[in-house]
Design a binder for this molecule. Structure first.
Ligand code: PD2
Ligand code: ZN
Length: 278
């Protein structure tokens, strides 16, 4: 861990850069040139950006996030109470209890079941997604707003994260059987990948993920963040939100699904885009 301290002078300088609309990469580069460690520079920038946006009345938030500034234990979203179990700044991770009810989890699984097929991921050398050994689960996608349940959950996510429904992909459901896992990866599209420019035309980059647990496996199946050194327990109805403000490993958003050791694991994933995903 670095001992570098974000001084009031640095905070002031960052506010001046933000006010002058200097590009983020340029600011980070300037800080690194004068000796700031990349992770400290990024954290200082993100904190300054949050403060800058708070001071700009009515400005649209640049990143999806629950509003936890008042440190609530419970957040009421569209009439539904969810609890705050973890609020981490870097990586940006929030763990929520009871984000879905038991009945919503059961209905989601029942509606997905007959449409499950072996999952696909984007591989390195080709232009389309294909079956890949990195993910040994079965999966399906709902269209956005496909039915009442999807619409209700999508509206809850949009309200919680202050991010319009139109900036989200349809919900994905995955089922892992014992032994199945999802190797660590980033959810953003790799800027170096040949297919990324064409993927970005529809909605821009992914900037956040909300992963909802639809059951509780007996053993294993946690969601691991290897670069941050922790694992989120897969508890039915709970959810983990994480965001990544640029397609960069410094976001520490590398994450994976640990092997399921006993029982099944079901999750629903909502990916949030920078722009409108139509
Ligand atoms: O099921 C998981 O824990 C998991 C882990 C990593 C899901 C995803 N990524 C995903 O859907 O992107
Ligand atoms: Zn993922």
């Amino acid at each position: 861990m670095s001992a570098q301290v974000i001084s009031p002078e640095l905070q002031q300088w960052l506010q001046a850069q933000l006010a002058a609309r200097v590009e983020k990469d340029q600011v980070l580069q300037a800080m690194q040139q004068i000796g700031w460690a990349p992770l400290v520079a990024r954290r200082a920038y993100n904190e300054a950006l949050e403060a800058f946006q708070r001071n700009q009345a009515g400005a649209a938030p640049a990143m999806p996030s629950p509003d936890l500034r008042q440190k609530p234990s419970v957040v009421r979203v569209n009439g539904h109470d969810t609890t705050v179990l973890l609020d981490m700044k870097h990586p940006r991770v929030v763990v929520l209890g009871n984000f879905l009810t038991d009945a919503e989890c059961d209905a989601m699984r029942a509606q997905a079941q007959s449409r499950l097929t072996r999952s696909e991921t984007v591989t390195l050398n080709i232009d389309a997604s294909e079956v890949n050994d990195a993910r040994t689960s079965d999966g399906m996608f709902f269209e956005r707003g496909e039915n009442e349940l999807c619409t209700r959950i999508e509206a809850r996510i949009a309200s919680l994260l202050h991010w319009p429904v139109e900036r989200g992909e349809g919900l994905q459901v995955l089922r892992y059987r014992p032994g199945a896992e999802y190797l660590p990866h980033f959810d953003y599209f790799d800027p170096a990948h040949a297919s990324t420019p064409s993927i970005l035309k529809r909605g821009g980059q992914r900037v956040g993920t909300l992963l909802m647990y639809l059951n509780t496996p007996t053993r294993g199946g946690g969601t691991v963040f290897p670069d941050a050194g922790f694992e989120v327990a897969p508890i039915k109805g709970n959810a983990v939100f994480f965001s990544y403000d640029s397609p960069n490993p410094d976001t520490l958003s590398l994450h994976g699904g640990s092997p399921v050791l006993e029982g099944e694991k079901w999750v629903a994933t909502k990916w949030l885009r920078q722009g409108t995903f139509e």
